[in-house]
Design a protein around this ligand. Structure first.
Ligand code: ADP
Length: 479
């Protein structure tokens, strides 16, 4: 079976043909978002559509046709377009865009907890500017909705629950839009897409050669979770890209937290099949690989992120240096936007290699923080952690990570599991997989790294304490 997966990321759009196990053919276009002012992140939805259609068409042509198309996307962004013309009403707003902070604080005062990276807040912002009287026939979509609309040439206006759940407008059971929320924020229900299963044929990709069925729709982290075969309760993956996301597969019961838990994790919809949701838990590190970029671009300590493995491996330990990777604050479990990165313990004789190693150790300690929070919130001990993303290409880091987690780390057979997960969902819709157990059994890691020596977690917690609340006024913002 050949499936074309369209993966719409934040800074690039990738299309790949896959059999669900490996990538056969791959095309990528870089589409960095616009940052018109600090805190604002926009993109041109027409440019995005063009890149989706061009990369996917090239892939489908190269492999001589596909059996199905699947879509996996960044999750919290918002596009609004005119239903008749299909034209976006303005720039689309990226998930990192912070322009709705003021509105969120206002809604919080009214008892509605929304945060700027939930797409509902961006939808309201766009409607207020382009349809203040709410009389136009407009469509709202997260990026998956927009991609499917474009692939189906306007025939399908849908969203899957893994993306819809990041909007802030889904009811607690994950099944429908919350009438109470959309009324409170002033969103007419007619603009919202129909919520469909993550796996199942929703329409035809008429824009692609051969018009293959669109059979899988899923958010990017959930796709990586499924791609790394974490499809049974308690299985977990950690994606180490610019930031890092630890996701744990749950079961049919929604995790207890309504939104963010007291340990700083989030309930997620892992996927939906035949109307039944599989829930999960997500923990987030704001800065992971970006610490490497900081060492390369800002500090000039490395020529390239990949050098960090050899440099850190040239010393046996960090020489007493501890680094807290809070470049942009801390995510799970603290959610302290006023924390800042800190280096402790330097002395005469501390070298660049010690610092590079300390940075890798700091990211690994943060991963252990995420694991502890997610385990407590999902109620399972996570026996092994599967890893993908840019930092997982670093052998020295992978050992440091296994040591910090105290669990075996299993490396994904492809650098990013994202394309594989969406393909599993489409394959499942077409009968490729008879059961989720069969999907789970097909996991074959590239390598397994066993933990050796446990690091000093107490020293780490002391360092975090000192880096916390560096800007107390930012720490006090309750978003
Ligand atoms: P994203 O999908 O978020 O763009 P990627 O998964 O492509 O991220 O990973 C890119 C990040 O990983 C960058 O921040 C880069 O600095 C870091 N990175 C890439 N290769 C390595 C490596 N060998 N060791 C450590 N960090 C790396």
């Amino acid at each position: 079976m050949k499936i074309c997966v369209v993966d719409v990321g934040t800074s690039s759009i990738r299309s790949a043909a896959t059999d669900g196990h490996r990538l056969i053919c791959f095309r990528q276009q870089h589409t960095p978002p616009d940052r018109p002012e600090p805190g604002l992140v926009e993109f041109d939805a027409n440019d995005m559509a063009a890149a989706i259609l061009q990369t996917a068409t090239e892939v489908v042509d190269e492999v001589g046709g596909v059996d199905a198309v699947a879509v996996t996307t960044q999750r919290g962004s918002a596009v609004v377009w005119d239903r008749k013309t299909g034209q976006p009403v303005g720039p689309a707003l990226g998930w990192q865009d912070l322009r709705t902070v003021g509105e969120c604080l206002g809604w919080q005062a009214e008892g509605l907890w929304l945060v700027p990276n939930e797409s509902a807040t961006k939808l309201v912002w766009l409607l207020d500017r382009h349809d203040p009287d709410r009389i136009r026939d407009l469509c709202f979509g997260t990026v998956d909705s927009w991609a499917v609309w474009c692939l189906s040439q306007g025939a399908c206006h849908v969203v899957d629950p893994s993306n819809a759940a990041m909007s802030g407008m889904l009811a607690d059971d994950g099944r429908a839009w919350s009438a109470a929320v959309i009324e409170q924020i002033g969103v007419p229900s007619r603009v919202l897409p129909e919520i469909v299963d993550s796996t199942g044929v929703v329409g035809t990709a008429a824009a692609l050669p051969g018009g293959p069925p669109i059979a899988g729709i899923i958010g990017d982290q959930q796709s990586s979770l499924i791609g790394q075969r974490c499809v049974l309760e308690g299985l977990a993956k950690l994606t180490l890209g610019t930031g890092a996301f630890l996701d744990v597969c749950g079961g049919p019961d929604r995790p207890i937290a309504d939104k963010r838990s007291s340990r700083g994790t989030f309930p997620i919809v892992a996927w939906q099949e035949d109307g039944t949701i599989v829930w999960g838990v997500e923990a987030m590190m704001i800065a992971a690989g970006s610490n490497m970029s900081w060492l390369v671009d800002d500090m000039g300590l490395l020529g390239d992120a990949s050098e960090s493995s050899a440099v850190a491996g040239s010393v046996t330990d960090a020489g007493g240096v501890v680094y807290v990777p809070a470049l942009y604050g801390l995510g799970t479990p603290q959610w302290d936007f006023g924390a800042r990165a800190a280096l402790f313990g330097m002395t005469g004789g501390t070298t660049a290699a010690h610092i590079v190693r300390a940075v890798l150790e700091g990211v690994a300690h943060r991963a252990a923080d995420l694991l502890e929070a997610a385990e407590a919130d999902c109620g399972h001990r996570i026996e092994r952690v599967r890893v993908d993303g840019g930092m997982s290409q670093n052998p020295v880091f992978n050992q440091i990570l296994a040591d910090a987690l105290g669990r075996p780390v299993e490396l994904c057979p492809v650098p990013e599991g994202t394309a594989l997960g969406a393909a599993v969902l489409a394959g499942r819709a077409l009968g490729q997989w008879s059961s989720w157990q069969e999907v789970a059994d097909s996991w074959s890691p590239q390598a397994v790294v066993e933990p050796r020596a446990a690091p000093d977690r107490q020293r780490w917690h002391e360092a975090v304490q000192r880096a916390s609340r560096w800007y107390p006024e930012l720490s006090d913002i309750g978003l």
